[in-house]
Design a protein around this ligand. Structure first.
Ligand code: UDX
Length: 447
């Protein structure tokens, strides 16, 4: 008999995972404690903007015309417990308010709600990003609180999906990593990830702590790459070099690779910043804090980029204050193809300039509602053209494709000055310069 899957938590990770499991042919029941999320999902509406996700939901959500009907939603824990053979826990683990450590309260309450309903053999699979040691603790919790006792087992299976590519990353992962304590758990997970999902994807089987650490160390490595190239951008800026050429040249070395070497205003979002901080906090608890002191530097290089962008803008405007200056900001989300503004470098730069007296107008293709929610006092425009109208300077802060394809001539006609700063090193300088714009980017030559 085919396995039945439940997914607990329907944010970026859970909604995508649930839809992907239905796509693979499983019957899926997903739970979220937030009623509105469930209601949206029942209408096959994604809780956030994620390319391809709504198509997948329409294909599988029960009650939608022509769907497979394999994906259903509930708020009833007893129904989840009775339905599933494998329960994926996909709730978020944000940074604790005012601290570096990760907030485990959503994970803990998911386990507390689920455990009493596990009456028969079941595999609970943690996918959330957690501090190392959590799986050991949660396994003990399950053994003590699930009526099925040892038959309710735990596995850890970190998720590496990127926002903007969540569907594709889930259906075609670079690798699958599973932390298990028994052959039965491994066998069940191999069954879940049987073709096509695991076709060509390495399947790494390991213990609990290693599986937890794979996720935090992968994110730390990615953050390190970005801060490394941003540090090189600072040196290039001082020495008159070109960080884009430098990144291209070092990237030809296979050992270094080309990816994640785009200098700019740095990383943000719901994962990299909080994951490296939680990792440092956990290492401290384990007495291994010295091993990760470099991450403090990675974090501070990253945060410095935002201030440097503000300073570059101030200098470009003549070096005085921002008072009376009109600043157009293209991009509010932390990356393109997402409506996520959590810890967004773009919004941070826009906010700093606003607080220093600049008259800031922001445009973003998908992030406007979320940006307005976080920063209601900024100005907002409905298009790039409207944002740029009357601007003394244009800041390109999130590299949406739409911005790469902008009509540089038309923008030039509505701007007060043809001055653009590229905070993502993603525009073609020649295209802008040809239309009479002064183009500047951090770590790149002035002309
Ligand atoms: C990240 C990891 O990539 C993913 O594997 C993990 O599961 C979750 O965290 P995500 O947060 O979606 O994914 O964003 P990512 O694509 O990694 O980008 C993070 C940030 O780094 C963005 O703000 C992006 O603009 C920035 N970045 C990325 C750079 O500044 N330069 C680069 O070269 C690459």
């Amino acid at each position: 008999m085919a396995l039945k899957i439940t997914v607990i938590g329907t944010g970026y990770l859970g909604a995508t995972h649930a839809a992907a499991m239905a796509e693979l042919g499983f019957e899926v029941l997903a739970l979220d404690v937030v009623r509105e999320k469930i209601e949206k999902l029942e209408r096959a509406e994604a809780p956030m903007y994620e390319p391809g996700l709504e198509e997948l939901l329409r294909k599988h959500v029960a009650g939608i015309d022509g769907s497979s009907g394999r994906l259903r939603f509930t708020q009833d824990w007893a129904e989840v417990g009775a339905f599933g053979d494998v329960h994926f826990v996909c709730v978020n683990t944000p940074q604790r308010h005012g601290e570096y450590a990760c907030d485990m309260s959503y994970v803990d309450s998911a386990f507390a709600s689920l455990a009493p309903h596990l009456h028969g053999p079941a595999l609970v699979v943690g996918k959330s990003t957690v501090p190392v040691g959590s799986a050991d603790r949660l396994a003990a919790y399950l053994a003590a609180h699930a009526p099925a006792g040892q038959d309710a087992e735990l596995a850890w299976n970190p998720e590496f999906l990127r926002e903007g590519f969540a569907v594709d990353d889930t259906l075609h992962p670079d690798r699958l990593v599973v932390g298990v304590r028994s052959e039965r758990a491994e066998k069940l997970l191999r069954e879940v990830y049987a073709t096509p999902i695991a076709e060509g994807s390495p399947f790494v089987v390991t213990d609990f702590p290693t599986s937890e650490l794979v996720k935090t160390s992968a994110n730390s490595f990615l953050a390190t790459k970005i801060s490394f190239i941003n540090a090189m951008a600072e040196v290039c800026e001082a020495a008159g070099g070109d960080v884009a050429k430098l990144a291209e040249a070092i990237g030809y070395d296979d050992r270094i690779g080309k990816k994640f070497l785009r200098a700019g205003i740095g990383f943000g979002g719901g994962c990299l910043p909080k994951d490296i901080r939680a990792f440092m906090a956990r290492a401290g608890e384990l007495g291994a804090d010295q091993a990760l002191t470099f991450l403090r530097e990675i974090d501070s290089i990253n945060m410095r980029q935002r201030g440097q962008m503000v300073e570059l803008a101030r200098q470009a405007l003549g070096g005085g204050s921002f008072l009376g200056k009109r600043v157009a900001v293209l991009g509010a989300t932390f990356k393109p193809d997402s409506d996520d503004v959590r810890d967004s470098p773009a919004l941070n730069v826009a906010g700093q300039i606003h607080l220093q007296g600049g008259q800031v107008t922001v445009y973003d293709p998908k992030g406007m509602d979320n940006a307005r929610g976080v920063f209601p006092t900024l100005g907002y425009a409905d298009s790039a053209l409207d944002a740029v109208r009357g601007a003394d300077i244009v800041l390109h802060l999130t590299e949406w494709r739409e911005f790469r394809e902008l009509d540089t001539e038309a923008l030039g006609e509505v701007a007060t000055a043809r001055l653009i700063l590229d905070g993502r090193n993603a525009l073609d300088p020649e295209r802008w310069r040809k239309a009479g714009w002064t183009y500047r980017a951090m770590g790149r030559p002035k002309a």
